[in-house]
Design a binder for this molecule. Structure first.
Ligand code: KIV
Length: 286
């Protein structure tokens, strides 16, 4: 199957007969291979990297260099899925020049598109990235890089004016050329209004079933991250539990000398063993 492109994603609107888009995050080459083999359409190298991989408490700590490092690792897996690099906080807030340079850093690292957070107020930055020939995915609703401004991780768009603002934000991002829009933590009725209002696909996370696609974080879906469980996460695995059990078995086998076994060890040939005076203690061919 051929590589998915941003224009192909742009055309995947459910009301036009498209299948819902599947997006998952990945942060390294094995993760990208797993997501790609599972048939995802899009791989987001999200700034959630900060929390699920690098151990920070929020997403504000990652840099463009961190993001480029992990985008490159994902791109080396050569996935069929479209790879999107997430622009971290402050990489698209200072100036247009800075924004274009930072978006280009992720594209040069191997992404085919970039994502940034915010609605209408981001139009000049989105415009400048698109003018430099790089596809942009928008992100509205709960934008985690705004956690201090929002006063925490809160569902957005709950009242009339906030709901209508989300519709306006989505229309502004569409008008300036975003090929799709992530919508995070908004009531499903509002997500439906936004999805109905634009021609580009919406991809929801905590935004109910009416979006044109869904995205979840790799570590949440697989149960690698088991400390926080937002309401919108469905776990399809218990990889952390399985990994702890497997590694405990390894530790126990080492301590009880059941690992390594004879057939997991290399051996000298008989002549060399004899020449070393090891008389029959090592008798197999390496
Ligand atoms: O960084 C991330 O993983 C994201 C998704 C939650 C959409 O932005």
């Amino acid at each position: 199957m051929s590589k998915l492109t941003a224009p192909a994603v742009r055309a995947r609107k459910v009301r036009a007969g498209g299948d819902p888009l599947v997006m998952l995050t990945a942060y390294d080459a094995p993760g990208a291979r797993i997501v790609d083999e599972a048939g995802a359409d899009l791989i987001l190298v999200g700034d959630s990297l900060a929390m699920v991989v690098l151990g920070y408490d929020d997403t504000l700590q990652v840099t463009i260099d961190d993001m480029a490092h992990h985008v490159a690792a994902v791109a080396r897996a050569k996935p069929r899925a479209l790879v999107i690099g997430d622009l971290p906080w402050l990489s698209y807030h200072v100036s247009v020049e800075d924004t274009v340079r930072n978006a280009a850093a992720l594209i040069k690292a191997g992404a085919q598109a970039v994502k940034l957070e915010g609605g209408a107020k981001r139009v000049p930055m989105v415009e400048s990235i698109i003018a430099a020939e790089m596809p942009v995915m928008g992100h509205i609703g709960l934008t985690p890089q705004s956690m201090h401004a929002f006063g925490g991780y809160k569902v957005q768009g709950r009242d009339r004016s906030a709901a209508l603002q989300l519709v306006d934000d989505a229309r502004a991002l569409e008008a300036v050329g975003c090929f799709s829009i992530v919508m995070e933590c908004v009531p499903d009725e509002v997500a439906r209004m936004v999805t109905d209002a634009v021609e580009v696909p919406t991809i929801g996370i905590g935004a109910g079933p009416h979006c044109d696609g869904q995205v979840l974080v790799f570590h949440d879906v697989l149960g690698i991250e088991d400390r926080i469980t937002p309401k919108f996460v469905r776990r399809y695995g218990s990889v952390k539990e399985d990994a702890v059990a497997a590694l405990s078995s390894f530790a126990s086998d080492v301590r009880t000398r059941r690992f390594p076994a004879d057939d997991e060890s290399y051996h000298l040939n008989v002549e060399t063993a004899e020449a070393l005076g090891l008389y029959g203690s090592a008798t197999k061919t390496a």
